[in-house]
Structures are given as structure tokens and as C-alpha cells.
Design a protein around this ligand. Structure first.
Ligand code: PGA
Length: 288
């Protein structure tokens, strides 16, 4: 049974003046066992958010339990790339990073080859990537959604060397042991920021299609968490969490609202509990 993950993508919102308080409030209101919580503020807020989460107010006695992620990383390691951020620069600031978000594929023209290089750079820096994939509406209407998403997965991951589960990174709230080195977020582009959702069953079918490609590529798909993203709120998250193939959510707009995050993580906590019960049930069961 895979870990349940709720990641908040703050996009180009918050400033160093207000990001710390928002992170602290979210940490305070989302303390639920079994849910991996990740906040991805803008680059310039990473340090403030990290410090806020380490403050005694939320970190005592056992740490805030909230991880910090970046929203992007460059495909090169250094050089003449004005305004860009390379993976080694994120070490100590972010333990996770969003890679290949559709807004970057669209606005920055990110290619599969660049996305593959971003993943490799993140892994080499000890940072855990969340790879975003998703079709545009025209693809879905043309019956091409699965083919497009499977192509994105293949383009990003063919030939990838994913660190082994045993490798641990430098830090994080509770130590990184056991956390996945690859997480995939399925985000249909037509559902992002539109208030329009995919159906849970469609998201689950896509997760199965993604896992088929992973297995094809020699990546043990049962260990890779797949999140849904696209207008997720506390009111609709249940539909996705009800699908065993879906392991949580990448949340945009709603992740800037403390009440919404509290509701979303609370719902995810129920899923995490149910999964833990299945795990214990299985291990307590008498052997034949
Ligand atoms: P949204 O964004 O929840 O605002 O639709 C999701 C995302 O882009 O990751």
C-alpha cells in the first residue's frame, strides 16, 4: 500500500512577507498521521517557509511534519541561464520539486528531453520529484488522452535511473526513509484552475494507463504514488481518494486556503488510516 501524499502548489502567489505565516497555519491545521504533506511555495519563499516550519510553534516537539518543495528546477546544472534555478541551488531549501507542470510545458515550452534532465538533476541533488503529466481538452475529445499521457511518461522516464528506495536524502521533517523517489501527478490540463474536475473513475483509468508504461519501462509501478490534480477541493477530494489507484492530490488554488487544506488533509487521513488497516490486517492474518 502506497503512502498518501497531499502537495500544495502555491504557483506565483505569496511573498516572503506572508508565506511563512501561511505555511505555519497550514502545518498547525493539518497534523494528521499517515499523510505526507508538501508545500511548494515560489523560489523566493522557500527559505522563509522552511524557517517557519522549523519554528518551535509548529515544530515542537516532533517537527512540523511538513515538507518543502520547489515548483521547478532547470535542466542544466549551471551556466548562462538568466533567471533560472539549478538543482544544486535547491539543496537545503527544498526536499521535493514539481517537474513538468503543464503551465511550464505551455509557457516555457518544456520538452520531454528537458523534463528527463530535470528529473536526473533532482535525483542527483537528493531531491524527490513530482512529475506532472496531463492531456489538453482537444486530446481528450479526440480520444487521445491516454496516448498523450503515456507518451509524456515515456518521454520523461525512458532510460531514467531512479535512486533506490534505500537511498535517503539529507533532511525533512521525519527523515526521508521510505518516501518515494518518484511521484507522478496526473493533471488533465482542462481541469487545472477551471473548477472542472475529471471523474474519479477517469483519473483511476489514467493511473492504470500510466502504471502500464512504468512497468514497460522496468519501473516497479506498484511502488510509485500517482496523485490527481486539477481543481481539487475539500468538497471533491473524496471522489479521487476513493480510487485505490490514486494516492493523493496535487492541489493548486485550494492550497492557499488554510481551511481547504485542513479539510483536504483530514479526508486524506481517513484514506491513510484505511490503507494502514489493510496493511495490518494483511500482516496479522494467519499464514496458510
Ligand atoms: P488547481 O491547480 O488545483 O488550481 O486546479 C492544480 C495544479 O496546477 O497543480
Amino acid at each position: 500500500m502506497r503512502t498518501v501524499i497531499i502537495a500544495g502548489n502555491w504557483k506565483m502567489n505569496t511573498t516572503p512577507a506572508d508565506a511563512g505565516e501561511l505555511a505555519r497555519e497550514i502545518a498547525r491545521r493539518t497534523r494528521i498521521d499517515g499523510v505526507v504533506r508538501i508545500l511548494c511555495p515560489p523560489f523566493v519563499c522557500l527559505d522563509v517557509v522552511r524557517a517557519a516550519l522549523a519554528s518551535p510553534e509548529v515544530a515542537s516537539p516532533a517537527g512540523s511534519g511538513v515538507w518543502v518543495g520547489a515548483q521547478n528546477v532547470h535542466h542544466a546544472l549551471a551556466g548562462a541561464y538568466t533567471g533560472e534555478i539549478a538543482a544544486p541551488m535547491l539543496v537545503g531549501l527544498a526536499d521535493w520539486v514539481i517537474v513538468g507542470h503543464s503551465e511550464r510545458r505551455r509557457d516555457a515550452g518544456e520538452t520531454d528531453a528537458q523534463i528527463a534532465a530535470k528529473l536526473a538533476n533532482a535525483w542527483n541533488a537528493g531531491i524527490r520529484p513530482i512529475l506532472c503529466v496531463g492531456e489538453v481538452l482537444a486530446d481528450r475529445e479526440a480520444g487521445q488522452a491516454e496516448a498523450v499521457v503515456q507518451g509524456q511518461v515515456r518521454g520523461a522516464l525512458a532510460g531514467a535511473s531512479i535512486p533506490s528506495a534505500a537511498t535517503t536524502s539529507s533532511g525533512g521533517p521525519d527523515g526521508a526513509a521510505g518516501l518515494p523517489w518518484l511521484t507522478i501527478a496526473y493533471e488533465p490540463v482542462w481541469a487545472i484552475g477551471t473548477g472542472r474536475n475529471a471523474r474519479g473513475s477517469d483519473a483511476a483509468a489514467m493511473a492504470a494507463a500510466i502504471r502500464r508504461v512504468l512497468d514497460d519501462l522496468g519501473i516497479e509501478s506498484s511502488t510509485i504514488p500517482i496523485l490527481y490534480g486539477g481543481s481539487v477541493t475539500s468538497a471533491n477530494i473524496d471522489e479521487f481518494l476513493a480510487e485505490p489507484a490514486i494516492d493523493g492530490a496535487l492541489v493548486g488554488g485550494a492550497s492557499l486556503k488554510v481551511d481547504e487544506m485542513a479539510g483536504i488533509v483530514a479526508r486524506a487521513g481517513l484514506t491513510a488510516q484505511a490503507r494502514a488497516a489493510v496493511r495490518h490486517g494483511a500482516s496479522d492474518a494467519p499464514r496458510p
